[in-house]
Design a protein around this ligand. Structure first.
Ligand code: SF4
Ligand code: SF4
Length: 393
């Protein structure tokens, strides 16, 4: 055992390069260097190899340059299993805490891959940025409703949303905000991919990555029993609430797409009956999002603090809270669309959705496309034989 610990200590110390000898692409930020130190220790230990994709990806490397530690950070789903299983976790002198270090690295990576780069600073004050975006969007829709209708109160004939805000205005505004979010996130993912070097993506790789993302395979803890949240017990609750949130969001998005088709393709303008496809998709999606976000909020507040980066807690909670506001206000709008509160509810819902779109590229949402890119990279790498070039690989 002492012999093993000596070897591991040496592995961790070996990553400290001599002055002026830093190889190209070597970790330069303290958190990158810490991740590299830890991964050298893990590479000697390998106890957690079966937990997730991070450890097998780590064993395909002997060194951990900056681009690679960022890649491994996004491959990590922060399930916490390797912290609770680690015999070298604090208070051990090796102080190995993979989930926290990779979470800190993701925080840095979000800023590094932000587009435009200057707006990457918003990650550091994400809760403030999110609050300001929400306040500004809410104020805009409330003032607009007052200007167009003279009041925020009063039933609208037929519960018709477009008698409060013109359809064309909403279509242009939300299309532009969504397109901006897609472009900004897309540029960030492209930069992330480029840093890792070119690699061909086959259909099998895309299918494997899509499957891992859609099922949240790596929130299963490697044995299918789930994650650690507040202690050593395993639970699938996090995976289930995450699924409820994600698929609820996808259903709400589908509701918008179907409604757009009804309007432009079939000439059937909103509002639609409660039994219509867009309304049903929206209601089921909204309920799923509310349940998913409430569950995630509860788990997040109870999670073992050592698993995460305390500096990112406001961003995580702010994002979950905003998703809850989007879903809750959407359901309230559907329930009371014929009532006097409809104009105010509509301003609240539209303000929350606009704030979500505007902050997508500078908040927690960025973890989704970057993680999918990391899963895709992992699927590509797994199909590359003899990656290390060792005789016994
Ligand atoms: S996290 Fe700990 S137990 Fe797991 S591989 Fe690393 S050093 Fe070993
Ligand atoms: S926290 Fe979970 S997903 Fe992340 S490296 Fe550890 S075991 Fe893997």
């Amino acid at each position: 055992m002492q012999q093993l610990e000596r070897l591991m200590r040496e592995a961790g110390e070996a990553v400290a390069p001599a002055a002026g000898m830093r190889p190209v692409g070597a970790p330069s930020e303290p958190v990158e260097a810490e991740a590299s130190r830890m991964l050298h220790i893990c590479n000697a230990c390998r106890y957690c190899e079966g937990f997730c994709a991070v450890f097998p990806a780590m064993t395909r490397r002997l060194e951990f340059p900056a681009a690679d530690v960022h890649y491994l950070a996004h491959l990590c789903h922060n399930c916490g299993a390797c912290l609770h299983a680690c015999q070298y976790a604090p208070p051990h002198e090796f102080a190995v805490n993979v989930p926290r270090t990779l979470a800190q690295l993701r925080g840095q990576s979000y800023r590094r891959h932000a587009w435009p780069r200057a707006l990457g600073a918003l990650y550091a004050r994400n809760a403030l940025a999110l609050s300001l975006a929400l306040a500004a969007a809410l104020a805009m829709f409330l003032l607009l409703a007052l200007a167009l209708r003279g009041s925020l109160w009063g039933a609208v004939a037929g519960g018709n949303f477009y008698r409060v805000f013109p359809h064309a205005l909403l279509a242009w505004l939300f299309s532009a905000a969504f397109a901006y979010a897609v472009v900004a996130l897309g540029v960030g993912v492209a930069r992330f991919w480029r840093e890792l070097g070119p690699d061909a993506i086959g259909a099998a790789c895309a299918a494997e990555a899509a499957g891992a993302a859609a099922t949240l395979r790596y929130l299963g803890g490697g044995h299918g029993e789930g994650c650690n949240n507040e202690d050593d017990r395993y639970s699938l609750a996090r995976r289930r609430f995450h699924h409820a949130t994600f698929y609820g969001f996808a259903l709400c998005f589908a509701a918008t797409v179907v409604a757009t088709f009804y309007d432009y393709g079939l000439g059937l303008p909103a509002p639609y009956a409660y039994t219509s496809l867009p309304t049903l998709l929206g209601i089921v999606g909204g309920v799923s999002m509310v349940l998913g976000t409430l569950g995630q909020l509860r788990l997040r507040l109870r999670r073992e603090p050592l698993q995460g980066d305390p500096a990112q807690a406001p961003m995580d909670l702010g994002f979950i809270g905003l998703l809850l506001l989007v879903a809750g206000s959407g359901l309230a709008l559907a329930a009371w669309r014929a009532g006097a509160a409809m104009p105010a509810l509509m301003a609240l819902h539209l303000g929350a959705v606009l704030a979500l779109f505007l902050t997508m590229p500078y908040g927690k949402f960025a973890h989704a496309p970057l993680r999918v890119a990391a899963l895709l990279r992992n699927a590509v790498e797994r199909r590359q034989p003899r990656r290390l070039g060792l005789a016994d690989e």
